[in-house]
Design a protein around this ligand. Structure first.
Ligand code: F6R
Length: 607
């Protein structure tokens, strides 16, 4: 991982690659590199750096001449963050140069074979193995055959883009498996871009074509030859529509801030267009809802938390058995999955490797599948029976905020439609729909008065540990709040169901461990009151998010925020907003850039 860009054209390739790599920065990376073929000197020049692409600026303007090149931003998987491990990687005889996203799972075996053949290695990466492996087949095969053999030899999912010294005016591309996207695009000037992320080429061309598993192509300035092509290639040609959901006039310094405050608009759009975005989409889908006996939701991180709420919605609203499983454990748990299951992959990027693997596994087991994504043309939507677009607009900050709330609302709306499709009468449907309809204005009112949230952040940002406690539908919100705190503040934050406290976690209560309790009025209130009493009895400090006029819990709290409560299924969405903001403001106090937290990438295309 994390980003690939290639260019063939007439302009200065290095400058173009630098520009596109910068638009990929939001995905997170720790080193970068560019290779450009100088056809006057007849040599491929490679420049790499640890840290940001800016470190290459001087090299780009002074030393990288030529109009064909490949480039990469790396988020370390195999081997430390060093210049040697950054991409491009070359074969030991310098004939093959590649950039790579993904993981070659059998790289140690292949590396041993390459070493036995006399190849030497200068990096710790699995990617260098690919370069040597391609080269090792060139003595008996042309490049087309060599790439085909390599595709069959490597295991795991990979996208590879490279240059062979035998044909330096071409770029080869290959894709193994479904994780990690790769698109090729040509503009009217005849320039070509290869990219792992189609969203960055909207200003470059009006269409692109994405690659699927086992495709191999060789691109030169005049041609694009598919060495191996899957059937129906025309279906993989996508017209780029201008993204009207990107706000170019942002008044916010950070993307995370902008994205938190855009939640009112994002939800307004989703809810007002729910008929076309969700209901008709499910009506017109090929999913046989009557056949479904169980809905399994898979996702990672915030998308997993959104899924946990989704399962409660499917049970409560659609009266169907539902469970959410962390996508990385989905295959390992050895669940019995079959055609009567509907597997929903929640993934805003649509590229998360574990979720893709889970959807593939579901297909093998003949389950029906839906992808809930922000990007329609992502890998998850390509491999699923139906796609629901959460319509939040693209998210650039590493920590998910607006895509979390939009995923949750999408799942809630899906639960309503699925109930209808299964002839389930939803109790108090009118009231539920009214409350969903009021959600954007409630979100707006929480976001318009943030003074008490800011002052709470002042008191929390120096904590080393924080507990987040919830019950029922507020437990996934506690998980999400703790995740945000970990991600953008590096504070050790743990979420538990409040019921767990007496079973071990109470031992942690002390001066240095405040608890944030999510305690709306309703069915969990009385038990939450007991939890708060038990913590304060042990001298623990409790901060509460409570409903208005809570005269029972509020007196026990050291600080509290009030969230007006309306509806048990809808309120959890409101409770996450202060938690997002607390993390944002703690992060800013700690002088951490909330958009680029350390060690994290936005799009995680490897397992
Ligand atoms: C949390 C966060 C990550 C993602 C996770 C899944 O703030 O951003 O935990 O939620 O990596 O990503 P998607 O939704 O793209 O599958």
């Amino acid at each position: 991982m994390c980003g690939i860009v290639g260019y063939i054209g007439t302009d200065n390739a290095a400058i173009i690659l630098e520009r596109f790599l910068k638009s990929l920065e939001y995905r997170g990376y720790d080193s970068a590199g560019i290779a450009v073929y100088d056809n006057i000197k007849g040599q491929l020049n490679i420049k790499k750096t640890i840290g940001t692409i800016n470190n290459l600026s001087e090299e780009i303007t002074k030393n990288l001449k030529g109009s064909l090149g490949i480039s990469h931003t790396r988020w370390a998987t195999h081997g430390k963050i060093t210049k040697e491990n950054a991409h491009p990687q070359t074969s030991s005889n310098n004939k093959i140069t590649i950039v790579h996203n993904g993981i070659v799972e059998n790289y140690l075996d292949l590396k041993a074979k390459m070493i036995a053949k006399g190849y030497t290695f200068t990096s710790e990466t699995d990617s260098e193995v690919i370069a040597n492996l391609i080269d090792s087949h060139l003595d008996k095969n042309d490049i087309n055959e060599a790439l085909k053999i390599v595709l069959s030899e490597i295991t795991g999912s990979s996208t590879i883009v490279g240059i062979s010294s035998e044909d330096p005016n071409s770029i080869f591309v290959l894709k193994k498996g479904n994780s990690g996207g790769l698109v090729i695009s040509e503009n009217e000037k005849g320039e070509k871009i290869i990219s792992s992320d189609p969203s960055i080429i909207s200003d470059f061309a009006s269409s692109y074509r994405y690659l699927v598993d086992s495709e191999i192509a060789i691109l030169s300035s005049n041609t694009t030859n598919f060495v191996q092509e899957a059937s129906k290639p025309e279906s993989r040609l996508i017209n780029i529509t201008a993204n009207t959901m990107i706000n170019d006039d942002s008044v916010y310094q950070f993307k995370m801030e902008e994205e938190i405050f855009s939640q009112k608009k994002a939800l307004e759009r989703l809810i007002s267009k729910k008929d076309s975005l969700i209901f008709k989409k499910l009506d017109n889908s090929k999913i046989e809802f009557k056949k479904v006996e169980r809905i399994l939701i898979i996702g990672m991180g915030s998308s997993f938390h959104a899924g946990l709420l989704g399962s409660s919605y499917f049970e409560a609203v659609s009266s169907i058995k539902s469970e959410t499983i962390n996508a990385s454990e989905f295959i390992e748990t050895k669940k019995v999955i079959g055609p009567e299951d509907l597997v929903i992959g929640v993934t805003q990027s649509g590229e998360t490797a574990e979720t893709i693997k889970g959807l593939e596994f579901a297909k093998i087991k003949e389950a029906q599948t839906i992808a809930v994504v922000e990007k329609d043309t992502s890998q998850a939507s390509i491999i699923s029976d139906t796609t629901i677009n959460i319509s939040s607009g693209p998210e650039f900050a590493v920590a998910s905020t607006k895509t979390f709330t939009s995923s949750v609302v999408s799942l809630l709306l899906m639960s309503i439609k699925i109930a209808e499709k299964r002839n389930i009468v939803i109790k108090n449907l009118k009231e539920l729909l009214e409350n969903i309809g009021m959600l954007p204005s409630k979100v707006g009112s929480i976001l318009s008065d943030i003074s008490s949230i800011k002052s709470l952040s002042r008191k929390l940002h120096n904590q080393e540990h924080i507990l987040y406690l919830g019950r029922g539908l507020l437990y996934p919100i506690a998980l999400e709040g703790a995740l945000k705190m970990k991600e953008v503040c590096y504070i050790h934050a743990e979420a538990y169901t409040a019921g767990e406290m007496k079973h071990g976690v109470n031992a942690l209560i002390g001066d240095d461990m405040p608890s944030i309790v999510l305690a709306p009025k309703g069915s969990t209130h009385a038990k939450m009151l007991s939890t708060v009493n038990e913590i304060t009895a042990r001298e623990g400090r409790v901060i509460g998010l409570v409903s208005e006029k809570d005269l029972e819990i509020t007196p026990l709290l050291s600080e509290h925020l009030t969230i007006e409560s309306y509806h048990p299924l809808v309120d959890p969405i409101l409770f996450v907003l202060p938690l997002q903001l607390i993390s944002l403001y703690c992060s800013l106090r700690l002088k951490i850039n909330p958009d680029r937290p350390r060690n994290l990438a936005k799009t995680v295309t490897v397992e």
